[in-house]
Design a protein around this ligand. Sequence first.
Ligand code: PGA
Length: 292
Amino acid sequence: MINYTLKQMYSYEAVIRLKSFTKASQELHITQPAVYMQVKQLQESLGSELISIQGKSIKPTFIGQKFYQTSLDIIEKLEQSKADIEQTLDPEAGHLQIAVATTTNSFVSHILAKFKKKYPRMSFYLDVTNRESLLKKLNNSEVDLIIMGEPPTDMPLITQPFMENPLIAIAHPEHPLLNNQNNTINDLTHETLITREQGSGTRITIERIIGNQLNSDIEINSNEAIIQAVQAGLGIGFVSKHTVKLELENHVIKQLDIDKFPITRHWYVVHHSKNKLSPIAERFKAFIVENS
Ligand code: PGA
């Protein structure tokens, strides 16, 4: 085990670099005898002379030169880590690690753009993935915050709902079921249904509502691709209304009237209760809630 202190190492490094105990003491804001004592104790700990003093000349010994190089490397790493931590904790310039449900992609970019405008010095890493993978990342402390629909209740999470998330059924504008106003889940039995992949929050919700009657031939792991597939007349899809605003406005797809739909859920901003949020993550969480 290393039995010298960082203070001793910093003192030695300063003495060698500045070639003077006096200058080192001024830089370190301690007295000259204190610097001398730090270096003496360091030499005792290492069991070797590190400095050779001849008249006014201060030079490292052979071992001292090696230790000086090691000190420079360690100090550089320590200073870098200190700067990283300070940057992360700076409420205006911190770094944010977030992961969001694939479905939220349509509005999260807008929120992030506004946030970045307000705090131009902040940086972020955005991971867009499905529900299952979001929860894994949160559990492994890979991200500060996640944005998802319906957080699980069997994990120690802090959750804050911030916006409605209506899940709708969509079809090609000429689909025959569009002629009926009172479709039921049973009417879907003979239809080709397009669903998201296993592990997706949308998929879990649809399975819960449609249950055993969910007979999906087509699985697609992207909302955009599901919308394209519905436009191409491949089948009926289920998506969050937020993802199809433009397509509905342009009448390239239509919303189906089906009993139990739209399924109204909420979007949540979520973090793990074991992790304290950094100042920038706190700000981002508050910003989402205020701006949604
Ligand atoms: P998903 O989540 O993108 O994993 O489907 C969305 C949701 O839970 O509504």
